[in-house]
Design a protein around this ligand. Sequence first.
Ligand code: MCA
Ligand code: AMP
Length: 498
Amino acid sequence: MSSWHRHLPSELEPAEVELLIGGSLSSTWVARWRERPQDAVIHDPERGWIRGQELLEQSETIARKLAHAGVETGDRVLLSAASSSGLVAAHAAVLRLGAVVMPTNGAYKAEEVAHVVTDARPKVAIVEHREWAEWIHAADPNVVVTSPSVELEVGPRVPLDQAQSDMPALIGYTSGTTGRPKGAVLSHGNLLSSVRGLEIAWRWTVDDTLILALPLFHMHGLGVGLHGTLTVGAKTVLLPEFDVGQVLDSIQEFDATMFFGVPTMYGRLLESPRSNELKKLRLCVSGSAPLAAELHHKIYQITGQRVLERYGMTETAMLVSNPYEGERRPGSVGFPLPGVEIRLEGEPAEIQVKGPNVFGGYWERPTENVDAFIDGWFRTGDLGAIDSDGYLSIVGRAKELIISGGFNVYPREVEDVILEYEPIQECAVVGVPDDEWGEIVVAFVVAEREIGPEEIKNFVGDRLAHYKRPRKTFRLEMLPRNALGKVQKHLLPKELTT
Ligand code: MCA
Ligand code: AMP
């Protein structure tokens, strides 16, 4: 299905759509900053507005520091910090050097950090949490660990902005059935084409100001919010945390035009007596998890905003979006974005995708890479249906994935940790529907004794990021299994959880 022409403004012909203008992400940004050095680009609460000129200079200085620390083209640099203009400069520096960013969730605990370090072997890690230095060095003593202010020695000038569109830019960690996160390697071209598609589809221009309270370590905040802003030459106000009052205040203060969020954020915004202040925005986008049709309707009734829902993945950046002009259909994610092709295959129908935005494969995972593609189409593991008007809906998942507040939790990873807890013999982790979080993580266990309500939560919370902790645990006599011994999760007594 290539109905992406439905996103084009009337004056643009499909043949005129060029998604790789600029060649690489960072060369595109640098060209913007050189053209308009005095334009404000990024605002953060500590440093206020940062202009193009400052981003040029700061990213060059950091690139020289990284090069002096041994970073070369193709080397990985781990980045993990709360949103700030300094983090943006560090991100740009890595890309300008031709190196590869590993954005890493700051909520990760020792084992999760050790896994990504051992797997991708970064040369340098720029991290805000002090205890991470110890965790990283335990996994690999050779990594140079520094804080977000990158207190490293500045070396001589180095060649910058040589990256080509097919060169790797980012490794995004995402799990799978194995439970151990795999690194999706995205090239400059993958990421650039995705935001160019959004630029067209969402009519994103230099006049836009985005309020961005999403973290910069996942595709939504980074690959959509930040990359889109820098590529288009627009502005972003970074909020290091999501706070309803701050989002609404920022919309007024900065005369903002756009907000991007996950459904949990929209649910919280709607609870505020000031929620109708969202009305002022030109565009509100929701993604990363299903936006309930009921919430979509409520937001419209109260604020007059028709939230635009879109669909993407770490491996592909953005894939499908409701139209900017025309009906934004609740419960649907819309039409393929410019350059993207989708097809539905099998029964139940899996969404498979192709396009310049689709990654080439997982980092050092030859076997998984064979399974991930079929005839050149990437298998999303999401189940879809297309209605008679061409709108795609996500109707389920073939993969075992829980999405809680927009963060992904892979049951296997949580199960593996719970099974290490002494009194537990068997365990099955599932997602159950929840009004606030979309889904919450719940564990069913077989244990030799009664398990207290906080026990599993605390055990997992010490080992894995907070959002992976089971909110509830239920003790069963036995888990439902089929004749082959495989746990039948659909037969678990989920009614106990309500
Ligand atoms: C916080 N908690 C959570 C989550 N976030 N539990 C489950 N799931 C979560 N997502 C826990 C806290 O540890 C705390 O636990 C309790 O919930 C209340 O925390 P609170 O302070 O209210 O939460 P918050 O810090 O305000 O966070 C809520 C949030 C956040 C702002 C919605 O979860 C968030 O930033 N989500 C966005 C994630 C995101 O960027 N996803 C994009 C992935 P306790 O009380 O026990 O201490 S990219 C992607 O999916 C693709 C490509 C796509 O299509 O975009
Ligand atoms: P990740 O690869 O961690 O970024 O998560 C991608 C997954 O999030 C997709 O495969 C979908 O299952 C889910 N997802 C993203 N956007 C939406 C959406 N608008 N509706 C439903 N699921 C979504």
